[in-house]
Design a protein around this ligand. Structure first.
Ligand code: SAM
Length: 467
């Protein structure tokens, strides 16, 4: 709990502005709530788990979200490392409300401000399987966490990029759905991250509001006719929210505001904003952090799949594909090689990746790396074990391990398995953790060095028993 005595004071100017917008009573209730502990919630990965967490209470606006009574040390839970769930504050999960009715012709989605990946992983869980998701983050320091989180979650049909919105736009990329979870003044984080109170100023509201408009200008230009733009911030003020909706409506051809198919948001403590279609989450009304969101549809008719994309679908099989991949993977057309590495990505995903690379956009990853040929072996890559779509097509035995072995594996320690020869997939509670190479008298642990459990000391703590 953060207090004034600890130096975490809610800025006077913020309280004044908040009071004059929403009323003094609301400001008082807000102040009381931000000095309470934050609620804890997780969102399950529907491709990896189909059970709710033990004791979890459903987040009313997201069928994959659950509140927990306590905050366990998630970083020592093998299931967290396996991407079976994502720790995400509940209000943000409201994005799911705009995804439930997407048609199968939603081909390309863009998460423009994506790190560390909370909403990208949510999008990937709910977008049609064949829709390509471009998860973009311009900040070099933050993009690796995005990449890591998406890999854990099973990065099927995902392209991770590190670019500013104008760089993406210049590539000619056009999307059916774009999420702008904009950089903002962070008011909604006053409880969860008390330091954000010290970083807030009226000046940052004003400068964020200008930056958000610039991002929206670019996003709108990358949106297909008939496409959907979802905009959110973790703030309450109108400059960063309602004013952005007004800006878009005044400057661009908006077909309509999209209303989530939720009968009674008020009963869930969700407040309606000053403009129709704006939803606001206050910590004193909802069980979640501060958040505001709206979605718009661009005017015009939806376009058909381009000729180039259709041609790609008829692409011939790559003759260099190793026989192990030829024998195990059904969608051969999705396999290509890049140097030693074999990658799984749909023809449509390849078209998009090529487009971005040609425009010199920094692409961190595209699709699933299946593995590479090393000498006589085909060595499977970690992202194949994590993959939602084709993990089950990997031609290697699954070896279920107990808690201690799972932790030893995630620390890259030596583990003992029954003698056998070849690559094996280690699973915990049925969910893949990664590969080993069993050479009979010894097991080579292939868990990636960069993902090793960082908090080694915490491993002596009791493991979260969530599933
Ligand atoms: N969507 C993320 C999630 O759910 O995990 C959180 C995104 S955070 C609110 C905003 C992100 O926007 C930050 O990672 C920040 O680095 C990024 N950002 C900053 N300036 C940007 C810009 N000009 N264009 C796009 N993104 C930007």
């Amino acid at each position: 709990m953060a207090t004034e005595e600890q130096g975490y004071k809610i800025p006077e100017a913020f309280l004044e502005a908040f009071g004059s917008t929403f009323g003094q009573q609301e400001a008082d209730a807000f102040c009381r709530s931000v000095n309470q502990p934050s609620p804890v919630s997780i969102r399950v990965n529907p491709y990896k788990l189909n059970t709710p967490p033990i004791g979890g209470k459903i987040v009313p606006w997201c069928s994959l979200g659950y509140y927990l009574d306590t905050r366990p040390t998630f970083g020592i839970d093998p299931l967290w490392h396996a991407g079976a769930y994502y720790v995400q504050e509940a209000s943000s999960m409201f994005v799911s409300q705009y995804l439930s009715e997407l048609s199968d012709d939603t081909k390309i989605a863009l998460d423009l401000c994506a790190a560390p990946g909370g909403k990208s992983t949510l999008l990937r869980s709910l977008l049609p399987k064949t829709c390509v998701l471009i998860a973009n983050e311009p900040d070099r320091g933050r993009v690796s966490a995005l990449h890591e989180n998406l890999t854990r979650f099973g990065s099927d049909e995902v392209i991770v990029t590190n670019a500013y919105p104008n760089e993406l736009r210049k590539s000619g990329l056009m999307c059916d759905i774009i999420l702008v979870d904009a950089p903002c003044s962070g008011e909604g984080m006053f409880r969860k991250d008390p330091n954000s109170r010290n970083e807030w100023s009226m000046g940052s509201v004003a400068s964020c509001s200008i930056k958000q408009k610039e991002i929206l200008d670019e996003a709108w230009r990358m949106l297909h006719q008939g496409g959907i733009l979802i905009y959110s911030t973790c703030t309450y003020n109108k400059e960063e929210n309602e004013a952005q909706l007004e800006y878009l409506s005044e400057h661009y051809d908006v077909a309509k505001i999209i209303f989530p198919d939720l009968k009674t948001p008020e009963a869930m403590g969700i407040s309606k904003g000053e403009r129709d279609g704006v939803y606001r989450f206050f910590p004193h009304h909802t069980v979640g952090e501060g958040f505001t969101i709206f979605a718009l549809q661009k005017a015009g008719k939806k376009q058909k799949v381009s000729q180039e994309q259709r041609n790609r679908k008829r692409e011939t099989q790559n003759s260099q594909i190793p026989s192990i991949l030829k024998d195990s993977i059904r969608e051969q057309v999705n396999i290509t090689n890049e140097g030693d590495e074999f990658v799984y990505l749909s023809p449509q995903g390849k078209v998009i990746a090529d487009l971005l690379i040609k425009a010199r956009v920094r692409v961190l990853s595209k699709g699933i790396i299946l593995g590479s040929v090393k000498g006589k072996d085909f060595v499977p890559h970690h992202s194949w074990a994590m993959s939602n779509m084709i993990a089950d097509q990997a031609p290697y035995p699954h070896i279920e391990v107990d808690e201690d072995t799972a932790l030893a594996y995630l620390k890259r320690d030596t583990i003992n398995l029954a003698p056998h020869k070849g690559f094996e997939c280690i699973t915990y509670k049925g969910v893949p953790l990664g590969w080993v190479k069993n050479i009979g008298n010894r097991v080579n642990n292939l868990y990636p060095k960069e993902l090793v459990i960082r908090n080694r000391n915490a491993v002596s703590e009791e493991l979260p028993k969530l599933f």
